[in-house]
Design a protein around this ligand. Structure first.
Ligand code: GLC
Length: 596
């Protein structure tokens, strides 16, 4: 007996040791895996853009605030979000709703305090959600102390922080003409006369947003310090605003006027002639600056949470070669995630165009990670750009499938997940965005895509207390299009978003697999395959038309022998069984299946 007992004891001890060893190894492995995933988190990230004014108001002033974002973190966690990008929350006169910054190291009291910010970051971190800040380096507010100094005299030490030039034909009594024909993106001349020092300053955006002079090294240092300030406060990275417009051609040569077929200059919504932007956009000087910022940000990378601090670029570019350039080189890296606005703003349901742009970003960025998106706070929402008014929900399912079922990081805008509609002001006197005032009625401004988040169908939609006057009106569609209504509806867009994001996060082919286009001649259905070593292949088919379609992906994909598909996700309207040689899709139907 004794002997048996000892054997049992020994066995028990051995088992215990084995378990300790195993859990030890397991823990080590898990740690190593975690470290790798913290470093690579951004490669398959789901990033959610928040327009803080419009997300959640907690203090009853009709404007969203930081505490409101903190309150909604559980919703975001449940949605599957890895990071939130906040449009600017720094002190600002709010001419461009925060993109005119008067202090880069504080929080605008409208949105809260530094303590609220700290709490937001801490609560977000508990849920493994990184907070990304917007970094506006092209310009400041005209109320920023740097500009107040700069405009005070021609000899002020800050004079050279901005772009000051003499006018043409100026006399003692007249300001003459602006230095050249350059225009503001927000309408009319990009030059503003300043009577105190009798020179013009340059502003690519509003008059109240003077451009910084990036030929001045002190400007570089100032921003490196600002980045460090926020990184030390735990942010997960930055979205770099208007990055392509940092530099202007110092020769001040005029830009070329674009002419129509009739030889007459083209005109934009503000009535200005259209210029080619060749002297004020995407000048080569921008690349060393991005690299310099990357060096600063990389110093804060760690192998544990928050891992890599990520740099996102607002990169409106005209072709894939320019986008590729924004990643930099292995020796001189630039952005981890420059935005691919080429896919986002195709603005029509053109299968061939989507296929071509998705192929570009799969094959022509040298193994870097694409950052896809469909929407943001500067463009009408998807309903206007892609909807047909009848099948909008189905169409948004198609588009979100492109976003989340393709390789790379995916960025979406608050309210996309419930199908919020663009709701522009009906009258000029209601417009808040100054470009809507300058451009009315052709350009109604960006208020329509910035309306308050629709949380429920009650008055003020759960964004603000009932009875409060919200900064922009709650769209009438909030009664039916809202989080509460969609949360438990199996056919809602929100349910679709959650399922897609879940797949992106959990299916190995989705998480890491290459995108391989299938059925390349089809101009009605976009089909592709996700393929990763060791993972079951996944096929995706999305009908871009209002007519039923059927595709044969067995014939389309050479080497695909299996016919059986395990359905991972499909539009609620699609019927099973579906086989690889006959994927039948209803109007704007989507099918996602795994090959057995
Ligand atoms: C970016 C922002 C936009 C802002 C502009 C000027 O394009 O997204 O909202 O008005 O820069 O800062």
């Amino acid at each position: 007996m004794r002997g048996t007992k000892r054997v049992v004891q020994c066995a028990a001890m051995a088992a215990l040791m084995w378990m300790t060893l195993c859990t030890g190894i397991g823990a080590q492995q898990a740690r190593a895996q975690n470290q790798a995933s913290e470093r690579d988190w951004w490669k398959n990230a789901v990033i959610y853009e928040i327009y803080p004014r419009s997300f959640q108001d907690t203090n009853g002033d009709g404007v969203g605030d930081l505490n409101g974002i903190t309150e909604r973190l559980d919703y975001l966690k449940e949605l599957g979000v890895d990071a939130i990008w906040l449009t600017p929350i720094y002190p600002s006169p709010q001419v461009d709703f925060g993109y005119d910054i008067s202090d880069y190291r504080a929080i605008d009291p409208q949105y809260g305090t530094m303590a609220d910010f700290g709490r937001l970051v801490a609560e977000a971190n508990k849920r493994h959600i990184r907070v990304l800040m917007d970094m506006v380096m092209n310009h400041t507010s005209d109320q920023h102390p740097w500009f107040i100094q700069s405009r005070s005299s021609r000899t002020n030490p800050y004079r050279n922080w901005y772009v000051w030039r003499n006018g043409k034909g100026e006399t003692a009594t007249s300001k003459g003409q602006p230095p050249n024909n350059w225009e503001s993106i927000f309408g009319h001349s990009a030059w503003q006369w300043d009577a105190t020092t009798r020179q013009y300053y340059y502003h690519k955006f509003y008059i109240q947003q003077p451009d910084l002079n990036w030929y001045n090294p002190r400007v570089h240092q100032a921003f490196k310090d600002i980045l460090s300030f926020w990184l030390e406060r735990g942010v997960g990275g930055f979205r770099f605003d208007a990055i392509t417009t940092l530099f202007e051609d110092p020769s001040l040569a005029n830009e070329r006027v674009i002419r129509g077929k009739d030889g007459k200059p083209l005109r934009n919504a503000y009535g200005d002639v259209v210029l080619d932007n060749s002297r004020t956009d995407n000048l080569p000087g921008v690349h060393p600056v991005i690299h310099e910022m990357r060096e600063t940000v990389d110093k804060f990378d760690s192998s544990s949470y928050p891992g890599t601090r990520v740099m996102i670029g607002e990169t409106y570019l005209s072709n894939i070669a320019q986008l590729n350039r924004m990643y930099g080189t292995p020796q001189k890296p630039e952005f981890e995630l420059p935005m691919d606005t080429q896919v986002a703003f195709i603005n029509k349901l053109d299968v061939a165009a989507f296929r071509a742009k998705l192929t570009d970003v799969e094959t022509r960025i040298g193994g870097n990670t694409p950052l896809l998106l469909l929407d943001n706070h500067d463009n009408p929402r998807m309903d206007v750009r892609y909807g047909d008014g009848v099948h909008n929900t189905q169409i948004e399912r198609v588009l979100s499938t492109v976003l989340f079922a393709s390789r790379g990081a995916a960025l979406f805008y608050y309210g996309d997940e419930i199908g919020m509609k663009t709701t522009p002001p009906a009258r000029k006197q209601d417009v808040k965005d100054p470009i809507g005032i300058t451009g009315w009625p052709k350009e109604k401004g960006r208020d329509g895509e910035r309306t308050p988040m629709q949380w429920n169908g009650r008055p003020n939609a759960g964004f603000s207390k009932p009875g409060v006057k919200t900064w922009l009106p709650i769209p009438p569609t909030a009664e039916t299009v809202n989080v509460t209504a969609e949360m438990f509806d199996a056919t809602s867009l929100l349910t679709w978003y959650r399922a897609l994001i879940h797949l992106k996060k959990t299916n190995p082919a989705f998480a890491h697999g290459a995108n391989v286009m299938l059925d390349a001649g089809n101009d009605k259905v976009l089909s592709w395959m996700r393929e990763a070593p060791g993972a079951a292949r996944v096929v995706v088919a999305a009908n871009f038309t209002a007519q039923p379609q059927a595709v044969d992906l067995k014939a389309a994909a050479e080497g695909l022998k299996a016919v059986h598909l395990k359905t991972l996700l499909k539009s609620p309207e699609e019927a099973d069984p579906i086989t690889l040689d006959k994927i039948a899709l209803g109007p704007f139907g989507v099918y996602i299946g795994e090959l057995d």
